[in-house]
Design a protein around this ligand. Sequence first.
Ligand SMILES: Cc1ncc(COP(=O)(O)O)c(C=O)c1O
Length: 416
Amino acid sequence: MVKKSLSTPTTDFYFQGSFTYQFSALMNIPLLDLKPQLNELRDELATALLEAMDSTRYIMGPEVESLENEVAQYCTVAHGIGVSSGTDALLATLMALDIGHGDYVVTTPFSFFATMGVILRVGATPLFADIDPVTFNCDATQVEAVLAENRDKPIKAIIVVHLFGQCADMHHFRQLGARHNIDVIEDAAQAIGAEFPDTANGTTTWYKAGSLGDAGCFSFFPSKNLGAMGDGGMVVCREESLAHRLRLMRNHGAHPKYFHSLIGGNFRLDAMQAALLRVKFKHLEKWHAMRRQNAQVYNDLFTEAGTELPVITPQAIYQRCDNSATHNYHIYNQYVIRVERRDALRQHLRNNSVASEIYYPLGLHQQQCISHLNTATMPLPHTEKAADGSLALPIYPGLSRTMQEYVVEKIREFYR
Ligand SMILES: Cc1ncc(COP(=O)(O)O)c(C=O)c1O
């Protein structure tokens, strides 16, 4: 362990004399380290796993049901339906909403592949609307324009992605859904616990991601703020009829057993994963707070580094101030900066043992698997700019201030 304060580190200092080994060992900074979380909860997690094992209820059962109720309550909605992944949450939702061949779904071109993949898998066609250049989220005005341009097509839904852990403008999307009579599906895979303010009659209420659309889809992929030890996901919704169809969909459309009223799939959440997730769920708010704290440290360090550094830090759009504090509703599943000469910077960080990631190097409209749709040359300038210049830095709970100082110092060094 380093025993000295490194609040104003210099490159020379890092590699001097007897400090060399200690620092190189410490300053190997991964994009995500789950060990601090695991160390904190090891005993609790092991107990939960053993109990789930001894119960011999491996498919569905009380752990899955309890997690569903807890997540639904957290999101203040009536229903939670545990499923096998975030991808399957989206897929089951499209299937439950009867979206398929010949239908169209409007979405963002700047997301993980699953957002578009599920549209294609049910036989529907994606229509892309450009993103907001500040938040990287779906831009409701662009979506509105796409809806207007494609009036002649059977558009069934909008999939809104709350990218990197910050809500998109759900107020506007709900209005669009109501006006055009189409479903609004929230891809909240990266955003469990993020909040959005909605003001009615002068009163502002804060809503959790996933609770404002017709359905909200979460991923419990290990790198998410609430991550399983494998795959998992959940759909939340308010309407009983949709929840009923989703429960059927995740289990081959069967009820009772062996009587299939719908063609579904095996999209069930494992009981073992549910048991682990219930332990972790109790710590979620604390982990959100730690990520917010890390984001603030980066913001401050980049501000100190000065305006000549070509780095744009992420903006938390939704904040609430009361007398004593500012509350930030971004959950920072990723801390994504925009930079110049991104690929060279990434290589420089890699050379200094700092991991980073590009979310996402290519817009969905340019993916080879949809070349038949001829979307690659669509004018989506904000998406293309984001794909060329964005870089995610480590932000996980347990990342130390010293590590963050090192990351920022290495970025400064690159642009010097
Ligand atoms: C925006 C988005 N949608 C969907 C998914 C799919 O989730 P999963 O990996 O659990 O299938 C992810 C996962 O990374 C995602 O980031």
